[in-house]
Design a binder for this molecule. Structure first.
Ligand code: SF4
Ligand code: SF4
Length: 408
């Protein structure tokens, strides 16, 4: 008597749909009035989960991406090419293309659907850089610049060609990850196979072969082309269920059908620890980042000047950038090497809006400095809200060096 087999295909399709929906929705989602994820290139900032990181803090984003890369490698080591079979957009696109070809009623609309999907993919890509609201406002006003429009069309053209002409060929012939993955196969890596013992029940119906998107015969053992999509597993379960038997193909830990403990190798433990260390470091740095960035140095445009009152003015330029979402007040002061306060000509009190960057231009008023080496001084920026300080060292040039504009 045949029983209803448990199939993985519906789970895979649901996962693909959820992932595509998530990618499409992220540009529309925000936290605290900021985007969930957007790289604003003109403003040189990254908005991530409601926080805005300026360009000088993008090392945090790189650290985050590095953590994701190692997490990806770790999952590949544990679960094989599950990414390819279940999550890769290329696979989802090829699946959709094949579905349209298989359905007679939809076949005539394949090019139209491919065109719409491609346009959506191109626009979604750009929405990770420009908010969808701004995108449509600019588009309607005819002011969408050449790069957003051009990028949308170029990405759309690639997706369309991929959809119609390339499909699985990319996975088989060009995908670098597929080649790279051979390095990550371990003794306990999850794989699909039919063990020699199970194969004794094979009735050679070739259903597993017909459904395989990479065209391999899994009965001949694990092959690196296998993307762990589990289509063969489903096909075999359906065939064998009619005979009242279990499927022959199944997931195993490693090609030698070991237990889950086989996954615990020096490679997997090392990679796992690396992911944890990078993740914790990123979290620590993100939660302890300074409330502002401050930089200042001798002006290369204005030379130091002697005043009629027998004083010396040394000019400085710099900037303060707030890293908070709310307004902040700052007080700037300068002191000599011995800690003596120095007079600043120019603003020393600033109120910056959330994430605002303010350029500074000021002069330090001192007695005339003669002979010897440039004198070190310290600029101190105090954040009024929490009393935290940022100190930057700079130099005052002696009067006889004032036209040389030595850099700090
Ligand atoms: S062998 Fe099975 S799991 Fe591997 S790619 Fe082919 S159908 Fe998918
Ligand atoms: S689907 Fe199962 S029974 Fe049919 S050929 Fe493949 S392994 Fe053998």
């Amino acid at each position: 008597m045949s029983s209803r087999p448990h199939l993985l295909g519906p789970w895979r399709r649901t996962f693909q749909i959820c992932l595509a929906a998530l990618v499409a929705l992220i540009p529309f989602l925000g936290v605290n009035g900021k985007a969930l994820l957007r790289l604003d290139i003109p403003a040189l900032t990254l908005e991530l989960i409601g926080h805005r990181f300026r360009i000088e803090e993008l090392y945090l984003a790189w650290l985050f991406v590095l953590g994701l890369i190692f997490l990806f490698l770790f999952l590949s080591l544990i679960m094989g090419r599950v990414w390819c079979g279940w999550a890769c957009p290329q696979t989802s696109l090829a699946d959709l293309s094949e579905k349209l070809l298989a359905k007679k009623g939809l076949r005539p609309f394949r090019h139209l659907i491919a065109f719409l999907v491609s346009l959506w993919a191109g626009a979604t890509f750009v929405w990770y850089f420009i908010s969808p609201g701004d995108f449509f406002d600019l588009l309607i006003a005819g002011k969408l610049g050449s790069w957003p429009l051009g990028t949308t069309l170029i990405v759309a053209a690639f997706v369309f060609l991929d959809f119609i002409f390339v499909g699985r060929l990319f996975c088989r012939e060009f995908c670098p990850y597929g080649r790279f993955q051979t390095l990550l196969v371990d003794q306990g890596t999850l794989c699909l196979q039919a063990t020699p013992e199970q194969l004794k029940r094979c009735i050679d119906c070739k259903s597993c072969l017909r459904v395989c998107p990479t065209g391999i015969d899994i009965r001949q053992g694990y092959q690196i082309e296998c993307i762990n999509c589990a289509r063969c597993l489903d096909a075999c379960r359906v065939v064998m269920a009619r005979r009242g038997e279990e499927g022959i193909i199944r997931y195993t830990f490693g090609v030698n059908d070991l237990t889950w403990k086989a996954m615990l190798t020096p490679k997997s433990i090392g990679l796992g620890l690396l992911v944890v260390v990078i993740g914790l470091t990123t979290l620590f740095l993100a939660s302890h980042r300074a409330t502002a960035s401050f930089e200042i140095g001798r002006s290369s445009l204005i030379s130091s000047r002697l005043t009629e009152g027998g004083r010396q003015l040394t000019f400085f330029r710099g900037s303060i950038a707030s890293r908070r979402q709310t307004p902040q007040q700052f007080i700037l002061s300068a002191s000599s090497q011995t800690g003596e306060p120095l007079t600043i000509k120019g603003s020393t009190n600033f109120t910056l809006l959330g994430n605002e960057k303010r350029d500074l231009s000021l002069a330090v008023d001192t007695p005339i400095i003669r002979g010897g080496k440039p004198l070190p001084i310290t600029f101190t920026l105090v954040v009024k809200e929490d009393g935290s300080q940022i100190e930057v060292k700079a130099y005052l040039a002696p009067a006889d060096l004032t036209n040389q504009n030595a850099s700090k």
